[in-house]
Design a protein around this ligand. Sequence first.
Ligand code: F6P
Length: 356
Amino acid sequence: MRIGVMTGGGDCPGLNAAIRAVTRAATDQYGFEVIGVLDGFEGLINNISRPLVPADVRGVLRVGGTLLGSSNRTNPFAYRDAAGRQTYDASERAFATTRQLGLDGLIVIGGDGTLLLANRFAEQYGVPVIGIPKTIDNDVHGTDYAIGFDSAVSYVTDAIDRLHTTAESHHRVMLLETMGRTTGWIALYAGVAGGADVILVPERPYSVEGVVKAIERRAGLGFRFTIIAVAEGVVAPTGEQHYRQRVGEPHEWKLGGVCDTLSAVLRNHVRQEVRGIVLGHLQRGGNPTAYDRTLATQLGTHAMRLLADGASSLVVGIRGLEIASAPLADVAAGARTLPIDHPLIQASQAIGVYIG
Ligand code: F6P
């Protein structure tokens, strides 16, 4: 058998670990050939690929990013022409590539957008596809944790640790804006791990009054600083989300800016100095944590096993301690948001964190 592997959507730490797992399991365990499709669907549409053998993945386990490259906005069913104006269906071209390369199946490592497209491609052209969920946002259905999430949380936690020392020295209120799109997984996990005093997530409405009270309560207890972790997708009490770029379709708009807006609002209400920090793409860079390396190894090898067994249109994932699979179509259910009574939300409330 010859299988293709590709990465699509925004990069994150742990992608190379998954590519390594797929390549080594395919060659060592099954004697299959592996073709790396470059730049996600872009490579499939334009037939850009390279063979992968175990020597090609030596040393990549600990390296962030993706050795195969990725494309964030390429949709084979609505492909943008060279001028970027018109879109047309290029999925047949992508299918032709799979025939030319002699691929018997594809392993697609991606977030919800990429996996949805992969599912449509599998259904329409009968190409066996297994999906592996990756995203720092952790918002893909079918898994408790997506590859990349733990690394992002670890980085953001470190950032909050660093903010603590300077916030305390200068008696400041410091806001830290995290990524996460429409979900608050990163803000919640890193906020709790870093000991933030206020955590704002899109899933729970907050009030400015509530945030101010939390700051004042701390001041009353003798703490002259406050750390606020705020997810980029948080909905302001006025009902707006904040965007740093509105280009293309609304679902393509780039979230960001809540930190600046909320900082300005808080300055009118509290006496302490208020400062905001946006971590941005630093959250997606760097090397994967041990957890993401082991998760990627488990999901990569499981995906390979499923493909070798003749399965298709599945997404692999971790649920509890089990490595499992679910229909790839399940990712169509939209972003996997935080349950509003998530145990970590309950725990934060129990220790006095204001969380909306
Ligand atoms: O989905 C991952 C993510 O990093 C989001 O958290 C963020 O909103 C978005 O991608 C940023 O996208 P881009 O890299 O295109 O700016």
